[in-house]
Design a protein around this ligand. Sequence first.
Ligand SMILES: Nc1nc2c(ncn2[C@@H]2O[C@H](COP(=O)(O)OP(=O)(O)OP(=O)(O)O)[C@@H](O)[C@H]2O)c(=O)[nH]1
Ligand SMILES: [Mg+2]
Length: 459
Amino acid sequence: MKSDTIAAIATGMSASGIGIVRISGSGAFSVIDEIYRDKEGRAVKLSEGKSHTVHYGFIYDGDQRLDEALVLIMKGPHSYTAEDTVEINCHGGILVVKKILEAVIRRGARTAEPGEFTKRAFLNGRMDLAQAEAVADIIHSTNEYALRSSVSQLGGSVSKKIGGLRSGILYEIAFIESALDDPEHISLDGYGERLLKALDSFMGELDGLIRSADDGRVMREGIKTVILGKPNAGKSSLMNVLLGEERAIVTEIAGTTRDTLEEHIYLQGISLNVVDTAGIRDTQDVVEKIGVERALKAASEGDLIIYVVDGSRPLDDSDREIMEFIRGRRSILLLNKTDLDLVVDKGTLEELSGNRVIPVSAKEEQGIEELEREIKSMFYHGDLTFNDQVYITNVRHKEALEHAFSSLKMVKESIESGMPEDFYSIDLMDAYEQLGFILGEAVDDDLVNEIFSRFCMGK
Ligand SMILES: Nc1nc2c(ncn2[C@@H]2O[C@H](COP(=O)(O)OP(=O)(O)OP(=O)(O)O)[C@@H](O)[C@H]2O)c(=O)[nH]1
Ligand SMILES: [Mg+2]
């Protein structure tokens, strides 16, 4: 496919060891031929060189030598974009890479849009849309699990799973169609029963994928963890212990924290977005009141609530209110201040809340490891294994899966209510198409542009 030639700085715009200017398109080699010279200063045509070779020399803009460089040449279709591609590795100064990019642009390339290299890879059939999206996810991964899952998606794990489901569905469509065309030779007797079985298996797989999206989202964005409790319970102290720094203000004055404060932390490879909140109590103070409302709002939107109880003071109405609030929500109870004489008993608290209670001392940093283990086991059942399990980390994919699931459900209903066979194939086809969207089949240009616009420059 003939396309215009694009170029961009592929490395971060900060002073660094190496900077890379990337060029892709049918004119990539003619551009480099005009600006590259070997170490003796002779113009050399890299376009005539072998693909996948590296050349040491200099980049010139006219007669001005811009920098020393290593130039990689890759001939299409054996490149990331499947087009002729050149990568200029120069010294990583902001000005020098900019000047090289300008020289490239002056020789006829144009500046690439964000994500345009990967978009070309997709449009040229080098990867499907799910794989292309994985590229952006890898770049934005902030923790081990998210990264591993994105790499596995790039390797085709999601695509393979979706592809398998699609061919199963397509088989059924083809069977129905040929039976309807040729009823003398292909009988549909008892087919409804057989199709029901197949549907159960398809829907089971879809359901598993849809449910994996919860873990997937948590993996990608981190577990939103909200610390809740009465004033002075030690919420901010806990936040600081988890963070490993004195981030939140801690004082013996009840009502110290007045607004929510969010920080990102890593625990053994998982990421948490921890929110410290204002202590819950009935108050006339306007500012504190707003703080309490925000605390409850954050808690209702969170994935996990850590309820901190001050074990050195008797439980009161505010504690009961919080226990009522967390009922039915994913939560962990901490009995704090175990370094003091406790007046609240662990067993009583467990009975009242119906929840497991972990004794801790935020001050002495006791019990924190157990809290970490508990969080991990709540969100990831055992160790995440990426060999067999596929995680859905993309909202778009999840929506398509849900659509496909409901289309298959309609097929089931049609069978159960004795509808004619051609009804089945309409909904089967719909499910097939929905799954195709995940791979990028028949998606419209606007969606493709939207997806790639979220990429960074030079990718
Ligand atoms: N002895 C002891 N004191 C603690 C512990 N945790 C917190 N404290 C003390 O309890 C007081 C209140 O701690 P904070 O962390 O500010 O409590 P908070 O829940 O954030 O309070 P508000 O922001 O007012 O809602 C401070 O004096 C802390 O030093 C603990 O485990 N043991
Ligand atoms: Mg506080």
